[in-house]
Design a protein around this ligand. Structure first.
Ligand code: G3I
Length: 314
């Protein structure tokens, strides 16, 4: 049978998974990761906390392990993420306002340069907006101001002219105040010539709640002249799993895949890890989980077969 990665490739897309270093010691996990997916995202170890734990001390060892594994398996890699308020080492919060822009640029320049030529995309800035469309009051927003996002994209482009530069966020899959804010930012970046190539819709979704405007929303971003990627897909449910919930989840995954395939600039889909054993969901939403296409024992769930069918497989 064709893998998800192969089926997506036949449609001109990728189908990938996030992963994290500790998982790679499980041989069953590693075998599925290496064979089923055409693309990997480094789920944690490209974040600032890991890559510049103290000022000017850069460490790419853990991330390199995953990039090398992907290369050995002929998989592409999305870089995640350069500028984010979370998993940010404490020292960054204490940088004085007049130095933070240079610190941010230096971090971006060093990391993008390190991975130059080996990644397809970078999530340059992650989660910079609140639900109402206002700017999240991160240390970057407060000390650098509104211009920090544009400056981050400029620094990334200067370090690597070829990697595609993405803005990435959650709850921007449907049309609403938050996605409107991102839309308006992308539109103004395009008008001003600020280098942005794509928008990542994380898609941490809830069972039965795939936004009805998903396809239309992907299309409106595409119409601005950027690519769109579904970057962190999972669809969580209240535990325990039941056959009815699995069927609903399969239907929800189908809708997401179909929405991406309907827009030529939707370049690919990444699940936020592939097995319920490794999902981030239960630790953050107690009582919820079972969000991914494989169960905790690496058995394929109805969602897996739904994705296969939506990608044109059997
Ligand atoms: O590495 C330490 C380990 O030494 C320690 O024993 C353990 C105890 O809690 O924590 C480990 O660190 C954890 C880290 O993941 C690595 O496993 C952190 O506590 C935990 O908070 C961290 O969670 C990550 C989360 O981002 C942080 O916000 C998740 O794995 C990761 O999947 C998640 O990914 C984010 C995306 O980057 C952005 N979009 C949302 C998505 C889900 O939250």
């Amino acid at each position: 049978d064709a893998t998800l990665g192969q089926l997506a490739a036949a449609k001109g897309r990728y189908f990938g998974s996030a992963t994290d270093n500790p998982h790679l010691s499980d041989p069953v996990y590693k075998q599925i990761l290496g064979s089923e997916f055409g693309q990997l995202t480094v789920g944690n170890t490209m974040k600032w906390q890991y890559t510049e734990p103290s000022e000017g001390r850069f460490d790419y060892e853990a991330a390199d392990t995953i990039v090398e594994l992907a290369e050995a398996n002929d998989q592409t890699v999305r870089g995640h993420t350069l500028v984010w308020h979370n998993q940010l080492p404490d020292w960054v919060n204490s940088v004085p306002s007049d130095r933070l822009l240079n610190v941010m640029r230096n971090h971006i320049t060093n990391e993008v340069t390190h991975f130059k030529g080996r990644l397809i995309h970078w999530d340059v800035v992650n989660e910079a907006f609140e639900e109402d469309g206002s700017r999240r009051q991160t240390v970057f927003q407060q000390k650098i101001g509104d211009g920090y996002i544009a400056e981050a994209f400029r620094a990334a482009r200067a370090a690597d002219p070829n990697v595609k530069l993405y803005y990435n966020d959650y709850n921007i899959e449907g049309i609403g105040p938050k996605s409107d804010a991102v839309y308006n930012m992308v539109k103004s970046f395009k008008q001003q010539g600020i280098p942005i190539d794509g928008v990542g819709m994380q898609a941490h979704l809830i069972l039965g709640q795939v936004p009805s405007t998903l396809r239309q929303n992907i299309q409106r971003f595409a119409d601005l002249g950027v690519d769109v990627a579904i970057t962190e897909l999972d669809i969580r449910m209240d535990l325990p799993r039941t056959a009815a919930k699995d069927a609903q989840q399969a239907n929800d995954y189908t809708r997401v895949v179909e929405a991406c395939l309907a827009v030529s600039r939707c370049v690919g889909i990444t699940v936020w890890d592939f097995s319920d054993k490794q999902s981030w969901v239960p630790s953050v939403f107690p009582g919820q989980g079972a969000a991914l296409p494989y169960d905790e024992n690496y058995n394929k769930k109805p969602a897996y077969y739904a994705i296969t069918a939506a990608l044109g497989g059997t």
